[in-house]
Structure formats: structure tokens, C-alpha cells
Design a protein around this ligand. Structure first.
Ligand SMILES: Cc1ncc(COP(=O)(O)O)c(C=O)c1O
Length: 399
């Protein structure tokens, strides 16, 4: 048989990038190394032990004693859809706090499930006002669930959760929290908030490739799932079936072929995060974001979110008048190997989103970006004082 000659690939090897967008972020060599271990069966007793370990490690990052944890095969959106479709039945009332692009995605998913969706829309760029939820909840007697996003990646706002959580509980509603951009970069206090379902994604502050959605589920939410009238429409994302595979009740029932290498990656990413120490990790994120903002402000750029509400893992910065969004981003990528993100939804073309998440949250990346911007911005028609950004960032690092 003659051998087929393949055409040369357009991208024969993956370029090394500094990933400072909204995710994926850079991945530690230790995590990549974990992925190239030999393949193992998804019901192999040794793999079961690894899954148990991942469940335990997830409990620690979610800061929970009691919750049931697992990692869904899929990205953050799979975690979002699994929670909505496993906990809501058609006709159930869900009150959704909306203050950004990803909140709207939840509305779309819950509507497709046939839930009675009550969207509470507040302005983007500020935390959701808890009074709005309080007022709305007074109008209902049967709210099944309240949803909120802890870290809205589209706006860069950190949502205070305590009062939203309290209101959900006072109204006997389940609380679902999106922690896609916060887990591993911010305190996610599953038990303290008395949350019922939280989901995340591996590619942001957990420093792994995209592909898994780690979740935590309260016992109360497990009861709700087990006592549904009808099984959820989605079989693949049925949390109750997934819980059976992850051994929530002891024995394991095959569900689907687990992405073994990704689970090995997650285990290593979690071990790295916890051995750094959660508090130290959060402080690292805070310091690097502070230095970045100082540098950007020294250029005369505006960090959109007021400091007290700013997320450390994603900085949203206003694009100056007359500067072309995509040519700046392309120049950073092509000439400096640095990726930053553009705006989403109503912020498209108006802001850049600079992620400093997990392995990407490093002083050297902050300084590299500021010095690259010093070269790119003047070519885009925006003059900056030479050396000012790096100097301002270094002042923060020194203090
Ligand atoms: C807050 C938030 N929720 C959900 C998602 C969806 O996650 P994924 O893209 O991993 O499906 C994202 C993605 O950036 C996000 O930032």
C-alpha cells in the first residue's frame, strides 16, 4: 500500500504565548507533564482513587466540608447547563441576577429547559444591587432557585455573595453560583454562603487546559435532583448520574468515558493551587492586578471598575478614543506573543479585558505587557510616556 503524503500543516508547532485574556490562561509544565502519563481505564481501581483525591481537593478549593464534588466533562458552560437542567424542571421559577454577558447565557439555558425565568437586569460594570433581589422575592412564594455569578468575566466585577445568599435562603430557594473565573483566584465560600450548586472551569484560575467543569453540590440539591418528577432532558449532564459515576454514594456506575488525561491535569492543578496556599494565591492575584492597573493608569488609561469592586483576575480597561481595538490586540499577539481579550456583548470594541489568572498571574507578565503596550499604543495613535507603565507597576511590587 502506498503511503499517503499529507500536506504540510499551517501550524506545525504551537507558538508559545503569554495568555493574558479571559482564558485559557497559561498552564504549568507540571500540569502538562501530568497529562502525558500512560492511559488508564476509567474504572481502573487506581483511577478511582485518583477521582476520590480530585473530589477531596475540590472540596478544599470550594471551602466546603459537606458538599459533593466532581468534575464534569466539558467546559464551564457544561457546569452551568448541568446545574440548571438537573435542578430545574419545566415551570419551576428561577430568579436570575443579571449584570453581564454570562448571566444572559444562564437565562437562555434556563428558558430552553422550560423554567419560569425571572430575569432581574441591572447595569453592567457594578455589582448587582441586592435590594433588587429582595424586592423581587417578595412578589413570589415559590422560587425554586436564585442564580448569580461571583466573577462576571465580561465586566470584571466581583459580586459580593453574602447578602444574595442570605436572601435566597430566607426565601427557601436553592442558590446557584457561577465561580468559573473565581475558583482558585478568589475566596469561593461554598459552605459559608450556604450555596447549593457552584460550578467552575479548569482553564482560568485553576491553571489547567480547558475541558472540565469542577462542581460542588449540596446535599439539599442532591435531594432535589433525586426527587424530580421527571428525569432531566439532558442525559449527559444529569448530575445525579454523574454523581453515581464519581462515587457520591459509594459504588460507581459507569456513565461515560471520562477524559482521563484532563482529570490527571486537574489533580495536579489543584495540588499546585493548594500547596501554594489559597490565601497566598489570592494575594498574588491581588498584587499583580494592582500593579497592572497602576501601570495602565500611568499610561492615562482607565480601569473601568471601581477599585473596591474590581476582580484581581480580570482587568477591564477602556479603549481610548480613536484607537482600534483589534489592531492593538493583533499587534500584541503577532509581535510580542501576548494575548489579551476584547469586550463582550455591549462592551465589544469599547474595552480590553486583561486576564491575570492562575499561572498567568505573574509579575513578569505584567511588566512584559506594559512594556509591549508602550510600543504598540503609540503606533495606534495613543502616545504614552516612555517607561511610565513599568515604573508605576514596579512601585506597587516594591511597596
Ligand atoms: C463567568 C463565566 N461563566 C461561564 C463561562 C463559560 O465557560 P466556558 O467558556 O468554559 O464554557 C465563562 C467563560 O469565560 C465565564 O467567564
Amino acid at each position: 500500500m502506498s503511503q499517503t503524503v499529507l500536506p504540510e500543516s499551517a501550524v506545525p508547532s504551537i507558538p508559545t504565548r503569554i495568555l493574558l485574556g479571559p482564558g485559557p490562561s497559561n498552564v504549568s509544565p507540571r500540569v502538562l507533564q501530568a497529562m502525558i502519563q500512560p492511559m488508564i481505564g476509567y474504572l481502573d481501581p487506581d483511577f478511582m482513587l485518583i477521582m476520590d483525591e480530585v473530589r477531596e481537593l475540590l472540596k478544599r478549593v470550594y471551602q466546603t466540608e459537606a458538599a459533593n464534588t466532581l468534575a464534569i466533562s466539558g467546559t464551564g458552560s457544561a457546569g452551568m447547563e448541568a446545574g440548571l437542567s438537573s435542578l430545574l424542571e419545566p415551570g419551576d421559577t428561577v430568579v436570575m441576577c443579571i449584570y453581564g454577558f454570562f448571566c444572559e447565557r444562564m437565562v437562555e439555558m434556563a428558558s430552553r429547559i422550560g423554567a419560569n425565568v425571572v430575569p432581574l437586569r441591572a447595569g453592567w460594570g457594578r455589582p448587582f444591587p441586592e435590594e433588587m433581589l429582595e424586592e423581587e422575592l417578595k412578589k413570589h412564594t415559590n422560587v425554586k432557585m436564585v442564580t448569580a455569578i461571583h466573577a462576571e468575566t465580561s465586566t470584571g466585577v466581583r459580586q459580593p455573595m453574602t447578602n444574595l445568599a442570605r436572601l435566597a435562603k430566607e426565601n427557601d430557594a436553592l442558590l446557584m453560583v457561577d465561580s468559573v473565573t473565581s475558583l482558585g483566584g478568589n475566596e469561593v465560600l461554598f459552605d459559608q454562603w450556604d450555596a447549593d450548586y457552584a460550578y467552575s472551569a479548569t482553564q482560568k484560575c485553576l491553571g489547567c487546559p480547558p475541558g472540565l467543569s469542577p462542581v460542588a453540590v449540596s446535599d439539599r440539591a442532591v435531594d432535589v435532583m433525586r426527587n424530580r418528577e421527571k428525569a432531566p432532558v439532558s442525559w449527559y449532564l444529569d448530575l445525579s448520574l454523574l454523581g453515581n459515576y464519581w462515587g457520591w454514594e459509594g459504588n460507581r456506575v459507569y456513565h461515560h468515558t471520562a477524559p482521563v488525561s484532563m482529570i490527571l491535569a486537574l489533580r495536579e492543578g489543584l495540588r499546585l493551587a493548594l500547596s501554594e496556599g489559597l490565601t497566598q494565591r489570592f494575594q498574588r492575584h491581588t498584587l499583580n492586578a494592582k500593579a497592572l492597573c497602576a501601570g495602565l493608569e500611568a499610561f492615562g488609561l482607565e480601569c473601568v471598575v471601581p477599585e473596591e469592586h474590581r476582580l484581581a483576575q480580570i482587568t477591564v480597561v477602556q479603549i481610548p478614543d480613536g484607537v482600534d481595538d483589534s489592531s492593538v490586540r493583533q499587534s500584541l499577539l503577532r509581535n510580542f506573543g501576548i494575548e489579551i481579550g476584547g469586550g463582550l456583548g455591549e462592551l465589544a470594541g469599547k474595552v480590553w479585558r486583561i486576564g491575570l489568572m492562575g499561572e498567568s498571574s505573574k509579575a513578569e507578565y505584567v511588566l512584559a505587557l506594559l512594556s509591549a503596550l508602550e510600543s504598540v499604543l503609540p503606533k495606534a495613535g495613543y502616545e504614552v510616556a516612555h517607561g511610565s507603565g513599568v515604573a508605576a507597576a514596579n512601585n506597587v511590587f516594591k511597596s
